[in-house]
Design a protein around this ligand. Structure first.
Ligand code: GLC
Length: 562
């Protein structure tokens, strides 16, 4: 392993915080920066190296901070810039790095730039956004994720024009073609880097370049609109420019959120020689259990383990020589890890949660955990639309209502699909509201915090999910081959067990993961592994039956040294 190839952002384990839901200290039912500060020792105790903090900038919260009205100020509900500085200092003192969210495809409509832009057609800020003058007729269809009519063009009377918003009407898209916009963003990034921030996660970054002739969409775009209106012709120019003007001047990490980017395009973003980004989050896994149109229905038949393996194996191959992958099973836009990829029934919750932790921590790529994954938080599955707070669920509900679609089916769908499943408050203890807040939480707390699913109780139990997570993080840290070693898939066609090796010089590991509710027998005798030594398992029963034969209990995970 050449030391020049080693990087802190490849060896680190990331913990994502949704600040609204982490810890309230002011009693307004909303998490805040002081709350994160209070919990830094806890985060450090997990073995985490890097925190990715979802947006904390000033925002009217149409999309919980992803609609920014001032990039260089802190949202009042979360605290002040002094709190932020204290957070950063507290993190650096503990050896933790801070990655912020960079949301620059769009701003809030309450951002000063947009307020100016909409005033008149000759305002100096007019060209900061995408406008379509009404005298040219109705603009060509563009789909919007969070619009009640699904329409990304909003008519604005003041200048008799439409503006473009791929997300809600309160999230107008910035016009990156304008060099002034790019300059403003670069300056803003310098501002944060000069404070000492260690990187950015870049929100929907391929969307920043568009075909600004706004061609008509083809008749049949099959719900997959991204290639037709994002990932545009100038994308890599902009990213390279950002790298040269800003990123290359600091030792920072970058990870793009890249809907619509497939394997063929992957290295354009992360091939080191191209000087753009370090990593990105592809959407292939997050689409595996969804289907159909723009509404993101859950797939009707269950996803298959062979499909899951193929996604991870294909992406591993993509980055075999160049670039670097990011590994995640959930985030603030998705349901909870154990409910989606494991099994949150009482019988299988423990093993499946810890098995999935083992998976992320033994794969090649940087692992990202979402707050609460370390204790196995699960989907809340609201029965009533009134319980939801997320604009995505609420506006899709409104859209389907207009279209006369059966809303009961939608509510059932959201029990597995909704983003709010992943946003319920952090479960610190078994008191009212799980120790998250002293007052009414902005989003309901999962009742299972009363049943052992909380930090305080899991701290006391050496065999808890939380303590398994700590041990497993340490296993990754103690074995560099689990970070950099080559990955090889075994038993490709097995629908119960995911098996692979990781090999770096003479460091060799075998990882066996059951994704099944039934016991599973496998035969690896032809691999000639010889004697194996068990490094860690989430289940006390011995899986290794000798001579390359194994019997795994439901959701058992085993990591062996070969
Ligand atoms: C990204 C964010 C999501 C947000 C959207 C619009 O997908 O992860 O939370 O709603 O962009 O900013």
């Amino acid at each position: 392993m050449e030391s020049s190839q080693r990087k802190w952002w490849k060896e680190g384990v990331v913990y994502q915080i949704y600040p609204r839901s982490f810890q309230d200290t002011t009693g307004n039912g909303i998490g805040d920066i002081q709350g994160i500060i209070q919990r830094l020792d806890y985060i450090k105790s997990l073995g985490i190296d890097i925190i990715w903090l979802c947006p904390v900038y000033q925002s009217p919260n149409d999309d919980n901070g992803y609609d920014i009205s001032d990039y260089q100020n802190i949202m009042e509900e979360f605290g002040t810039m002094a709190d932020f500085d204290q957070l950063l200092e507290g993190m650096h003192k503990r050896g933790l790095k801070l990655v912020m969210d960079l949301v620059v495809n769009h701003t809030s409509d309450e951002h000063h730039w947009f307020q100016e832009s909409r005033k008149s057609r000759d305002n100096p800020y007019r060209d900061y956004y995408h406008w379509w003058p009404a005298e040219k007729g109705t603009p060509p269809k563009r789909f919007s994720y969070f619009d009640v009519d699904g329409n990304a063009w909003k008519y604005d009377e003041q200048t008799d024009s439409y503006y473009l918003h791929y997300f809600s009407v309160k999230q107008p898209d910035l016009k990156w073609e304008n060099p002034k916009v790019r300059q403003e963003i670069h300056d803003m990034m310098h501002f944060w880097f000069k404070k000492g921030v260690d990187g950015f996660r870049m929100d929907v970054i391929p969307f920043i370049s568009k075909d600004i002739s706004y061609p008509e969409l083809p008749e049949k775009y099959n719900g997959n609109f991204v290639p037709f209106y994002a990932n545009g012709p100038k994308l890599h120019d902009y990213l390279h420019e950002m790298n040269q003007e800003v990123l290359s001047k600091y030792d920072v990490m970058t990870v793009g959120e890249t809907p619509g980017v497939d394997r063929d395009q992957a290295l354009l973003f992360v091939d080191e020689d191209r000087e753009e980004l370090n990593m990105f989050f592809h959407f292939e896994l997050m689409s595996l259990d969804r289907e159909g149109d723009e509404v993101f229905w859950m797939r009707s038949d269950p996803w298959k383990l062979t499909e899951f393996k193929k996604i991870f194996s294909d992406w591993d191959e993509t980055f075999a020589e160049k670039g670097w992958g990011s590994l995640f099973l959930s985030n603030h836009d998705n349901p909870r890890t154990v409910s989606r990829w494991g099994n949150d029934s009482p019988e299988h919750w423990y093993n499946s949660t810890t098995m999935l932790q083992t998976f992320l921590l033994t794969m090649k790529g940087t692992p990202y955990f979402y707050y609460g994954d370390e204790i196995g938080m699960s989907n809340i599955r609201f029965d009533n639309i009134e319980d939801y707070q997320d604009i995505n669920t609420l506006n899709r509900y409104a859209l389907l209502k207009q279209r006369g679609v059966d809303l009961e089916t939608f509510i059932e769908n959201e029990k597995e699909a909704a983003r709010d499943n992943g946003r319920t408050p952090m479960q610190w203890d078994n008191t009212t509201n799980a120790g998250f807040t002293q007052s009414k939480p902005w989003l309901k707390v999962h009742p299972n915090h009363k049943e052992g699913l909380n930090v305080a109780e899991q701290e006391k139990d050496t065999g808890s999910v939380l303590n398994y997570f700590r041990k497993m993080v340490q296993v990754r840290k103690d074995h560099l081959g689990l970070v950099y070693g080559d990955y090889k898939l075994l038993l490709k066609n097995n629908e119960q067990v995911y098996a692979y090796t990781r090999i770096m010089d003479d460091e060799k590991y075998l990882i066996l993961l059951s994704f099944s509710t039934e016991p599973a027998s496998i035969d690896l005798s032809t691999e000639g592994f010889g004697e194996l030594s068990l490094i860690i398992s989430n289940d006390l029963s011995t899986a290794d039956k000798g001579n390359g034969k194994f019997e795994l209990r439901p959701y058992q995970a085993c990591v062996y040294q070969i």
